[in-house]
Design a protein around this ligand. Structure first.
Ligand code: CS2
Length: 489
């Protein structure tokens, strides 16, 4: 038994109750081979778990987990020697202590240590979960007006952004004759590796065209698709974990039992034997990432905004709402699936069935408010691409416009009630929302002027008309008005 008040760490590990799964390998015998940028809950519930499965046979691939700005994760997990608990939420909850993170750093306070890791020949892979906004992308690739990019280009040896760090590490390696690392994006963006590569090349070009050429020819940026529903950690989880461990874990993470990781097999400096941990390695993953973004993440966002307007709290609550659940299912089967070019052998109906079952899982308290974050980054990759494809194929877009209008109504509502939006474009969204009159065409025209979100579609008359009609259909956006719009859709 552990001592009351004790903290999860290397020395308390052996005393945990037998039901708690824990590392079977010698942690002291592992070496850092991966630098991960973005040490949040998703990374710790997903990629770090696959790596934990491999460390017994591949001890050279432990992770240095780097937060870009906040020191919260480092401060919580450094006293725990990087250990934390993964709670798999199912009919029977299972707890597993993950040991894959060998080091925690915060780039803002410890930039030199991060750059030293990135320069180390022992590090052969850099992975990223920095969320959509962490790529600093605009309509044409890297956003050179982004404050972090402006900062990093003025001081490329002291970067703050993920792109700046990745390129600074590569620059040091080239200067010292160290082989480059592979850069693997694990964020929800279609063609995540391609976009990251183009952004890194655009950035490097401004610093040193020779460096850009070297990156272009030597560095691999594989694409990947990641999937596992990971509700944010709350105090209830911390308490449950402490009760079962018999000691405190400052930052456990939770996720559903389902997990998937598909990675394009293009690495420039070796790789962990990922296939042995259940990762699908493929030469072409383009179809997978698109199917996931459009058939899972887009309905998630639809549930988030329309559900929030209906005063619902979680995804499972939204899936019990008698008008919202059938609407989202129709959206997936009738409007989205026919426009997704799926990989060979992919059974879209079975995929949709499985997603709906995951959404319905009542054991998972996945807050709609969490999914509603960063709408300006998510709506284009999740919904506007489908709308563009539907327009090109002369297919109807009316239903597809309803969640987009739901997002705008949600933005207006948050401005009205004075709740700050969590979104990198919060300032422009909130000022546009504050000026909204409720007149559909006027409001929609104002929102469509936000090019970073709507640029490719704002000139399309069919889209403008359908979006204004959807916005009008939501009436005063009360729960009853939203339910009425969903019934008619
Ligand atoms: C969600 C995703 O928060 C969100 O926007 O849609 O995080 C979703 O849970 C994951 O992509 C599932 O793999």
């Amino acid at each position: 038994m552990t001592v009351p008040g004790a903290r999860l760490c290397n020395t308390t590990l052996d005393a945990l109750p037998p039901a708690i799964v824990r590392p079977t390998y010698d942690r002291a015998g592992t070496r850092i081979g991966i630098v991960h940028l973005g040490a949040g809950a998703f990374h710790r519930a997903h990629q770090a778990v696959y790596i934990d499965d491999l460390l017994a046979e591949a001890p050279d691939w432990a992770i240095s987990a780097v937060s870009l700005r906040s020191s919260d994760v480092r401060d919580a997990l450094r006293p725990q020697d990087g250990l934390y608990t993964l709670v798999r939420i199912g009919e029977q909850e299972t707890l597993r202590v993950i040991g894959a993170i060998g080091e925690l750093l915060c780039a803002r306070d410890e930039r030199d240590a991060v750059l030293a890791r990135l320069a180390s020949a022992q590090v052969r892979l850099v992975t990223l979960t920095v969320t959509e906004k962490g790529y600093c992308l605009g309509a044409d690739g890297l956003d050179f007006d982004h404050p972090d990019i402006v900062h990093d280009l003025a001081a490329p040896d002291a970067p703050a952004s993920a792109i700046g760090l990745v390129v600074a590490g590569l620059r040091q390696r080239r200067a010292r004759g160290v082989a480059p690392y592979t850069v693997l994006s694990c964020d929800n963006l279609a063609d995540n590796g391609g976009r990251l590569r183009r952004a890194a090349l655009q950035y490097a070009q401004r610093i040193d065209p020779e460096l850009a050429r070297w990156i272009e020819s030597e560095v691999a940026f594989p694409r990947s698709m990641v999937d596992s529903i990971t509700p944010a950690t709350d105090d209830a989880l911390r308490e449950r974990v402490a009760a079962q461990l018999g000691c405190t874990d400052a930052w456990p993470v939770q996720r559903e039992p389902y997990t998937q990781w598909v990675v394009e097999d293009r690495f420039c400096n070796g790789r962990p034997p990922l296939e042995r941990a259940g990762v699908t390695l493929s030469d072409d993953i383009a179809g997978h990432d698109r199917a996931k973004l459009r058939l899972l993440n887009a309905p998630h966002s639809a549930l988030a905004y329309l559900g929030a307007l209906m005063h619902l709290a979680t995804v499972a609550d939204a899936m019990r709402q008698p008008t919202l659940a059938p609407f989202v299912e129709t959206l997936m089967r009738v409007d989205i699936a026919p426009t997704v070019a799926v990989p060979a052998g992919f059974d879209a109906d079975a995929y949709i069935d499985a997603i709906l079952a995951r959404f319905r899982n009542p054991a998972i308290r996945h807050l709609l408010a969490q999914i509603a974050w960063d709408g300006s980054q998510k709506i284009p990759v999740r919904l506007l691409g489908t709308i563009a494809d539907a327009l090109a194929a002369a297919r109807p877009i009316e239903r597809l416009c309803l969640p987009v209008a739901g997002w705008l109504r949600y933005v207006v509502r948050q401005a009205q009630v004075g709740v700050a939006l969590v979104d990198p474009l919060a300032a422009v969204l909130t000022s546009t929302a504050a000026a909204a009159s409720g007149h559909a065409h006027r409001d929609i025209d104002a929102f469509l002027a936000i090019d970073a979100v709507f640029a490719p579609l704002s000139g399309d008359a069919r889209f403008v008309e359908a979006l204004a009609a959807a916005y009008a259909a939501l009436g005063n956006a009360s729960p009853a008005a939203v339910a009425g719009a969903l019934e008619r859709a």
